[in-house]
Structure formats: structure tokens, C-alpha cells
Design a protein. Structure first.
Length: 279
């Protein structure tokens, strides 16, 4: 995690009761995040691990040592001396900026999408991924804390655009016709920001005519994470992608960070008593 020490400087203290959100500070804490990811993705959601992942009970890839890892920690799970342990990590998000992607050679989403339009974006960009929360912590408060952490990171690095693959459960696109068609007709990214599923993996999202889409039903069927992105003004790319390893159907989400930073500026002003920096 090449830039963690620098990124920790100035990162605000964000607490809610016994919960804290911050960046991982060591290889051990990254390992704890990978353990949580394994429990959620492979044990709970029945993704298919590689033999090495199954042996280690960890979800990992080449990006993990190069990027930042946002953690939600429950200090109530610490030992008697207050020392943290693997069970303390109850939520995580993986954050990949241009320098980390350059060290790996690409952004993670490029395995599924042509993201050239996003890579050419003149401002700072951030790829989000590997989002998961322990089953016992999927509450509004926990998710708000995780998003406050993302907002603080966006604020700290002057991120103008966020993107990443988000998943709908299952690989039967016919069963997902309502939500996929809703996204295609109502939230397609403008051409200058539109990722496109790679030709060999492209699955049409235009499965139903606009007039036949039941918006209320589609929103009920969308995962909370995708609805959260939409509330921030998020867009989707052209085409979905089947991810057989994770048993999901992926869409590429694009979010301009105006709403994220506006909310954080207001929080920053209230908590510090200072004027918010210029946008």
C-alpha cells in the first residue's frame, strides 16, 4: 500500500459510537479486510474462489498492495487491552487512484469495460470496488459512516469523478430485465463519460421498451449500493457484464463528486468551524 502513510496525514477522525472509519495502516489490516471480503463474497454470496483464495480464506488480487483500503472498525470487538484484531473490521471499500492503477498497469474495471473516456477525464478520478459490510452491520448508520469516509477521501484528494463496477445478484439477465432496462433508459452516462462493456462481454441492458418498465419495481430490485450511487446523481455505462466467478451481473457506475463533496464541505464546516475550501 504505497501511499497509505501520506494519505493518513490529515484524514479526519470519523467515529460513531464504537465504530470508526479510516484507511488501513498496515499489511495486517489489509489482510483483515481481505478476510471480511472472503466471508461476504465467497461464504455468503457463493462466489467461486481460486484454490489459493480457498486455502487462505482471503479475497485478494494484484491491486491490494498498491491501493488504499477504507475500513470500518468496531472497537467494541477489540481485546481487553483495546488492541484491534481481525474481527474488528466490519466494513471495507477499495480505493484506486491513477498512481495505483499505473503501478498495476490498468484500472480494475478495464477487464470488463472500455473506460477510455474516464481515463481521459482531466480531473482526478477514483475507482471504487470490493465494497462489503459484515452481515451484522448492514445498518443505515454503518453505511453512512462508510460514505463519510469516502467523502473525506474525495475531499482530501480533490477527486472530481468516481467510477467502478457494481453488481446485481445472479447471472440470468432475463430475471434482471426490469432493473437493467430502468438503468439504461433513465441513467445512461453522457457520451463524454460513458464506459462501454467490452465487445466480447457486452450484454444489452435495453431489454424492455421504456414504456414497459415499472420504475417502482425496478428500484425495489436494485441493490442498495447502486441506489446510493443514483441518489448522488450517478450514471451507468453502456452494457452489462456477466461475472461468473462472483455469480453477478455487473454495471459500470460513474459519479461526478459534486454532491459528495458538497455534503462533506457542510460537515467539515460544522465540525471544524472553518470555512470550506473553494471547490
Amino acid at each position: 500500500m504505497a501511499e497509505t502513510s501520506m494519505d493518513q496525514v490529515g484524514f479526519p477522525e470519523l467515529r460513531m459510537g464504537s465504530l470508526e472509519v479510516r484507511l488501513a495502516e498496515s499489511a495486517a489490516e489489509i489482510d483483515w479486510a481481505q478476510a471480511l471480503r472472503y466471508r461476504v463474497f465467497y461464504n455468503e454470496m457463493t462466489a467461486v474462489p481460486t484454490p489459493e483464495m480457498a486455502a487462505r480464506h482471503r479475497d485478494f488480487d494484484v491491486y491490494d498492495t498498491e491501493c488504499d483500503h477504507l475500513l470500518v472498525l468496531d472497537h467494541a470487538r477489540a481485546d481487553g487491552s483495546g488492541a484491534l484484531n481481525p474481527d474488528c473490521v466490519v466494513g471495507t471499500y477499495r480505493l484506486i487512484r491513477r498512481p495505483a492503477a499505473a503501478r498495476v498497469g490498468r484500472f480494475y474495471s478495464s477487464d470488463e469495460y472500455d473506460i477510455g473516456a474516464l481515463e481521459r477525464f482531466p480531473g482526478e478520478v477514483l475507482e471504487l470496488g470490493r465494497s462489503c459490510v459484515d452481515a451484522g452491520y448492514r445498518t443505515r448508520g454503518s453505511m453512512q459512516l462508510l460514505w463519510r469516509g469516502i467523502a473525506a477521501y474525495v475531499f482530501q484528494h480533490d477527486i472530481a469523478l468516481m467510477f467502478g463496477c457494481a453488481s446485481l445478484p445472479g447471472t440470468d439477465v432475463r430475471a434482471l430485465a426490469q432493473p437493467l432496462s430502468y438503468l439504461h433508459h433513465n441513467h445512461l452516462a453522457p457520451p463524454e463519460l460513458r464506459p462501454t462493456a467490452l465487445p466480447e462481454r457486452h450484454v444489452s441492458m435495453d431489454l424492455m421498451p421504456r414504456g414497459e418498465v415499472d420504475a417502482k419495481r425496478a428500484l425495489v430490485e436494485l441493490p442498495p449500493l447502486i441506489k446510493g450511487y443514483l441518489r448522488l446523481g450517478g450514471f451507468v455505462g453502456d452494457g452489462a457484464v456477466i461475472d461468473s466467478q462472483f455469480n453477478t451481473t455487473d454495471v459500470c457506475i460513474v459519479v461526478k463528486t459534486d454532491l459528495v463533496t458538497d455534503k462533506y464541505y457542510r460537515h467539515y464546516e460544522r465540525s471544524s468551524g472553518r470555512d470550506a475550501p473553494a471547490a
